[in-house]
Design a protein around this ligand. Structure first.
Ligand SMILES: Cc1cc2nc3c(=O)[nH]c(=O)nc-3n(C[C@H](O)[C@H](O)[C@H](O)COP(=O)(O)O)c2cc1C
Length: 443
């Protein structure tokens, strides 16, 4: 049986572009639209560090989505998810320089890069940030991404995960190709690096041939913290094997509880301590000084969501063109090539609320779960209920607009969580592994 820590973990979901939790967010009057400036991201990092967050998470995509009506038009026009995306590792390097404790998580695909390059970039970020890096390991799911990397089509889901398993194995070998203490830097001897502590990996596998060693020494955390968000059976097994943080979206407490139970059991099946895998569902909290203020903000935000923007993003997530279906009828049961987790969420919504496709577009554009709107006490009551009902180990906070939505959460909800002893008031360690209570992996 797993022990349930009495304190939550908090991550903030963002991306280096418009949209965090709500498709109307960038249109909100006080939203900062200075998305191309380093100061925007530094300010986010400092805000989160002030709120003692575990980490800032940056999602990513390798194409401008073009699934809705077979065009990039709607994604660009409405500033929908993926319309504009700065490269996340570069952005996190600027955040690292402006913060001291906050964990820094970058999404990087295993389908279009090479393990050497990714292991090197992440080791660099881990060194520069003194042990605060994390990797959201994704396999990618869009034909539009394949087309940017010289492929006519994507690998099948099975093959994407086979490649991902080998990719992560190779990356781990590369991080371990330098033993701890290899860098000596003795001017007198002279001994810069002890050659007996660095060795090639000579990896020869189905997808990769890598000689090694890496040209960066073993990262402060041993390796970055692994994050994953796959929801298919194969995705869940991949997460159970590798992930230390799982990001997931749900449409109800019950589905969150089912997922939590299942993931902890799968981790145990892989011989891992289930406590070493933290499940953080995404929520879009709207916190106000009073419930009325929060509801007014919600009303304003929802009024800014255009149904086509939500449908356009949902088309990209499911990798099917939803413009091809009748807009005033329910989402039909379809075989979804894209993200199973997102399909499950919207299928549940359609079923429970009888939403037409057009209504579903608005609903999806508003972001996952609307049960977290109200005063700080009300929002924290719901968070506490989820936490104690074993639906999660904490949350991925998807602020509805930035930075104001996050400022409200940090100013109002975080102190309430702290007052109840549910969240740290100070960092007790320096690295992201320290914040998450995860041991540094042995080489
Ligand atoms: C909540 C959530 C967030 C995700 N974020 C990203 C992302 O930023 N970039 C990406 O390429 N894939 C992202 N994914 C996709 C997954 O990591 C995974 O590649 C995809 O779900 C396909 O695996 P599956 O069929 O097992 O779900 C996300 C999935 C979920 C459920």
């Amino acid at each position: 049986m797993t022990t349930h820590s009495h304190q939550m973990h908090l991550a903030a979901f963002a991306l280096a572009g418009p949209v965090s939790g709500n498709h109307g967010g960038w249109r909100y009057p006080s939203a900062d639209t200075n998305l191309l400036s380093a100061s925007y991201y530094k300010r986010l990092g400092q805000l989160l560090e002030g709120g003692r967050f575990d980490l800032l998470f940056l999602a990513d995509v390798l194409a401008v989505p073009n699934r809705y009506q077979g065009s990039i038009d709607s994604q660009l026009r409405y500033g929908a998810l993926g319309s504009l995306r700065l490269e996340p590792l570069t952005v996190l390097a600027t955040v690292a320089a402006a913060t001291e404790r906050l964990g820094l998580a970058s999404t990087i695909s295993t389908s279009y890069f090479e393990p050497f390059q990714v292991a090197r970039s992440l080791a660099t970020l881990d060194h520069l940030s003194e042990g605060r890096s994390a990797w959201n390991i994704v396999t990618s799911f869009q034909a539009a991404e394949a087309a940017n990397f010289g492929r006519d089509e994507q690998l099948s889901r099975e093959e994407r995960y086979d490649r991902a398993d080998e990719f992560v194995e190779v990356a781990c070998k590369l991080w371990d190709s330098w033993r701890d203490g290899a860098v000596v830097l003795d001017r007198e001897t002279p001994l810069f690096v002890d050659p007996s502590k660095v060795a090639p990996i000579d990896h020869e596998g189905r997808y990769f041939r890598v000689k090694g060693p890496l040209n960066v020494s073993r990262p402060p955390q041993g390796r970055p913290v692994f994050i994953q968000a796959g929801a298919s059976g194969r995705g869940r097994d991949f997460a159970a094997r590798w992930a230390e943080v799982i990001f997931v979206t749900h449409s109800s407490l019950e589905s969150a509880q089912e997922f939590y139970r299942d993931m902890k059991q799968r981790a145990a099946k892989f011989g891992r301590n289930p406590d070493d895998l933290k499940v953080l569902p995404g929520i879009v909290p709207i916190v106000g000084e009073t419930r009325t203020i929060a509801e007014e903000t919600e009303g304003l935000l929802n009024g800014l969501v255009i149904p086509e923007a939500g449908l356009s993003t949902l088309s990209y997530h499911l990798d099917i063109d939803l413009a091809a279906y009748p807009q005033d009828e329910l989402l039909p049961q379809v075989d979804v090539p894209g993200v199973q987790g997102h399909y499950k969420e919207v299928a549940e919504l359609t079923h429970r609320h009888g939403l037409t496709l057009r209504q579903l577009g608005t609903r999806y554009g508003v972001g996952p779960l609307r049960d977290f709107v109200g005063s700080a006490r009300e929002v924290v009551d719901t968070m506490q209920h989820w936490f104690e009902a074993r639906a999660c180990d904490g949350f991925m906070i998807q602020a509805p607009y930035l930075p104001g939505g996050l400022e409200d959460f940090v100013r109002l909800a975080v102190p309430e969580l702290q007052k109840r002893g549910l969240f740290r008031t100070e960092y007790s360690g320096n690295t992201l592994r320290d914040h998450l209570g995860l041991a540094r992996p042995a080489a």
